[in-house]
Design a binder for this molecule. Structure first.
Ligand code: PNS
Length: 178
């Protein structure tokens, strides 16, 4: 929370009675599966905050700022979607943003255990915040950021898996395929 949020948080406070949802994740990089969830989340909630975890232990391909830039570009047409970043506990960040919903996608049964653990831990930490799961669109249920990076780095075609701007950025980042 704190200064990390301030860096990219240029939002205004929510209207009274509005349901604010947070879609947290690594988004390294955003895929069409994420985008599908954002589009559906934007229809369900008054405001959707797509928020990038800052203090990740994994070595990311893109910096938080780069990921935020890409996300902002792809959500530019959605008036009720905002892009932000956070560190620390997700539930503390949710409280700081007056959010009552955490949005997550489930692609396959293999996602379930990890998601269940996180949802139950978050509920224990903050029972007022509900985790809402959306089933991934079947067209995207096999897509992950990790696989998109792997396929691209090995010269495979990622068209249709991630927004075109992501592919363009990856070309710059992975010199072999410039
Ligand atoms: O896209 P990811 O990597 O699956 O997202 C994981 C994320 C960001 C949702 C998760 O790591 C998270 O919420 N981290 C914040 C730390 C936290 O609150 N941990 C305790 C609750 S599980």
């Amino acid at each position: 929370m704190g200064n990390a949020v301030e860096k990219v948080n240029n939002s205004h406070p929510p209207e009274i009675g509005a349901t604010v949802a947070i879609y947290p994740g690594s988004f390294d990089p955003i895929t069409n599966g994420h985008l599908d969830l954002i589009q559906r989340g934007a229809r369900l909630f008054d405001r959707l905050i797509v928020s990038i975890l800052r203090n990740e232990s994994k070595e990311p391909l893109f910096s938080v700022e780069e990921r935020a830039e890409m996300l902002r570009e792809v959500v530019a047409d959605y008036a009720n979607v905002e892009v932000d970043s956070f560190d620390g506990l997700l539930v503390d960040y949710a409280a700081s943003r007056s959010a009552t919903v955490l949005l997550r996608g489930i692609r396959a049964i293999s996602d379930y255990e990890y998601e269940l653990q996180m949802a139950l831990m978050n509920r224990r930490l903050c029972p007022e915040v509900e985790t809402v799961f959306l089933m991934a669109n079947e067209a995207y249920s096999f897509i992950s950021s990790r696989l998109v990076k792997e396929v691209f780095s090995l010269g495979g075609n990622i068209a249709g898996l991630a927004p075109p701007l992501v592919e363009a950025r990856m070309r710059g980042r992975i010199p072999k395929f410039k």
